[in-house]
Design a protein around this ligand. Structure first.
Ligand code: ATP
Ligand code: MG
Length: 591
């Protein structure tokens, strides 16, 4: 019955040859739409042009200087064709190309992704700001043999050659300006001239499409691979059902191409539906309220989809409501959305009667696991909750057989990862003994059967037998005036059992009244819930996708003075670590 559902959904995309084999499971690997022949770039570009949308804007792009460029579907296909010819020429000596695209949300990255898709080449985007070591580790794990990058520093480039990560002839530096500082010519993807149509390569539906590394919030980024047709179909379906995306939509997803939402909801999903997508090289630029207004008005944005971390910052910075006659849907991503933050978001974007599409997703699931949808009102799905899964057949449930309840999926969908490149063992660890897909997150279903994710199972705070998700504390703390950000972590102590500590960032430089914070926590949870320590710090340590690095905070608290040995390659602000270490050390050992 479940497979039947996905068999029907095959008609959501256009095939060169329709699949007959819908699903099989061999050697602990899932194969979806195996014998179908399909191409992602064809599904995102050619079909729209065939439908008469060729002159419609496909991508609006704002670079780091806020300069706007836009490309119609016809223009984009031309550029992708040119880039594909160029890549083909450059890779003629490579038998099985595997490409790393080291770049941020940009036109070049989008063109490169769509070209790889057109040529049926496995690719992996790595977020531009990750360090040399991060790129080195990921390239080796992937066994990549070709690099496309925006301009990198000379030192970086020389190291790549010295460490033999890529051969000189297998590197393309893409640039809009003709730089030649490194002794190799950079290539402007907008100026390539082949002026021929590059025929899309139709490949098997179950072939690898791309690999993407997880955010690394838990200190272990995993190289998650998605298969082609399964990913496209699940992604397209969530775009339709959750956001209501159609050819009339303009979606602005403030996520980098290096993260899953930058793939799913900023590029492949919207383009597969003939919509327009707004891409912003530096998402933080929208904290400039005037600029955000300008984007919404100029591009006539109908769907605005933001990381929670940006919404929290907007709440502290924005002075006026944002009015836009075009905006119909707002969405949040990446982290639990505290009730007070959700309420502010809806009210200040003048959509208070609508539910926020608070999307619960993982890199591993390829797209949204659960969320409200564009038709819901806030009466149906309260702020902070993330609605329902696409349908009941997926079997998203809360397994309560262990101490900490965990969300699991009974029938993993075609968009779920097909493998993890680092390790078969890690891949296997995602399945329990009954072959349910583990999500490693906890929470609850509320009275209306909507999902509320309260954190990762490892982050649950256990005090005197009460198990409370970290975000439940944070949500209460954030409802106090003057708090910009909060993080509650659980600490295991031999002497005192479990306890929790809180890290806070104030909106201003003012000292936070810790008693008020404690009062609000006790009022909501009871007398047992008193934090062991409250630290006021300048900034919380975060991943580059904006997520709080709880494990790092827990480590600093339990091992003051020691070096953190987990992977920190995705940390956004390494400079904050020493301030936190000092504060914790001082507090714990002041006698
Ligand atoms: P890593 O797996 O490397 O530790 P990560 O889990 O942060 O990193 P992602 O795949 O980008 O990497 O993030 C998925 C996780 O983000 C989810 O498992 C969940 O913990 C959290 N998350 C995403 N959306 C929501 C949401 N709406 N509410 C609560 N948590 C969310
Ligand atoms: Mg994860």
């Amino acid at each position: 019955m479940f497979v039947k559902y996905w068999e029907n959904k095959k008609n959501l995309v256009i095939w060169k040859r329709k699949p007959k084999k819908i699903y099989s499971f061999r050697a602990r690997k899932h194969y979806w739409y195996e014998d179908g022949l399909i191409n992602a770039s064809y599904n995102c570009l050619d079909i729209n042009i065939n439908l008469g949308l060729g002159d419609k804007v496909a991508i609006y792009y704002f670079d780091k200087n806020k300069k706007l460029q836009f490309l119609t579907y016809k223009e984009l296909l031309k550029l992708v064709s040119n880039c594909s010819f160029y890549l083909k020429e450059r890779m003629k000596n490579i038998k099985k190309p595997k490409i790393i695209i080291y770049g941020s949300a940009s036109l070049e990255t989008s063109i490169a992704m769509l070209s790889c898709a057109r040529m049926g080449i496995h690719f992996s985007v790595i977020f531009q700001d990750l360090s040399y070591d991060a790129v080195k580790i990921r390239s080796k794990l992937l066994d990549a043999n070709f690099l496309i990058s925006r301009c990198i520093e000379k030192k970086f480039y020389e190291k790549i050659l010295k460490d033999k990560i890529f051969k000189k002839e297998n590197i393309i530096l893409s640039s809009f300006t003709k730089l030649n500082v490194l002794g190799i010519n950079s290539t402007n993807f907008l100026e390539l001239k082949y002026n021929k149509f590059f025929k899309p390569k139709f490949i098997k539906g179950s072939n690898d499409f791309f690999t993407l590394f997880t955010s690394g919030s838990t200190g272990h980024p995993k190289g998650v691979t998605h298969s082609l047709a399964g990913y496209l179909i699940y992604n397209k379906l969530t775009c339709i059902k959750k956001f209501g995306i159609s050819k009339h939509s303009v979606i602005f997803t403030a996520s980098d191409a290096g993260w899953i939402n930058g793939h799913s909801y900023a590029l492949f999903g919207p383009l597969s539906l003939g919509a327009s997508t707004v891409i912003l090289e530096v998402p933080y630029l929208i904290l400039d309220q005037q600029f955000l207004k300008f984007i919404l008005k100029t591009c006539k944005v109908t769907i605005l989809y933001l990381p929670v971390t940006l919404i929290r910052l907007m709440k502290t910075i924005f002075t006026k409501k944002i009015k836009s006659k075009y905006l119909k849907v707002i969405g949040s991503m990446g982290e639990p959305l505290a009730f007070s933050v959700g309420k502010w978001f809806a009210k200040n974007f003048e959509l208070s009667n609508k539910a926020i599409i608070n999307t619960y997703f993982q890199t591993e699931t390829g797209g949204i696991i659960s969320s409200a949808n564009y038709k819901n009102t806030s009466l149906q799905v309260k702020h902070g909750s993330s609605g329902k899964a696409l349908n009941n057949q997926l079997g998203l449930f809360l397994d309560k057989s262990n101490n900490t309840p965990e969300f699991k999926i009974k029938n993993p969908w075609p968009g779920c990862m097909s493998s993890i490149i680092n390790s078969k063992e890690i891949f296997d660890s995602y399945y329990d003994e009954n072959n349910n897909f583990k999500l490693f997150d906890t929470g609850y279903f509320d009275k209306k059967n909507n999902i509320n994710v309260t954190g990762r199972i490892d982050d649950v705070i256990n005090i005197r037998g009460h198990r409370i998700g970290s975000s439940e504390f944070e949500s209460i703390i954030l409802s106090n005036n003057g708090i910009k950000e909060a993080c509650a972590i659980s600490i295991d102590s031999k002497l005192e059992g479990s306890m929790f500590v809180v890290f806070l960032v104030s909106k201003s430089k003012k000292k936070i009244n810790k008693d008020n914070i404690i009062k609000s926590i006790i009022l909501n949870f009871g007398n047992f819930a008193v934090p062991k320590n409250i630290f006021q710090i300048k900034e919380l340590p975060k991943t580059r996708s904006g997520k709080i690095l709880r494990r790092l905070l827990r480590f600093i608290y339990t091992n003051p003075g020691q070096k953190y040995t987990n992977d920190l390659s995705t940390i956004l602000n390494p400079n904050v670590v020493s301030e936190i270490k000092k504060k914790v050390f001082h507090e714990k050992f002041r006698g």
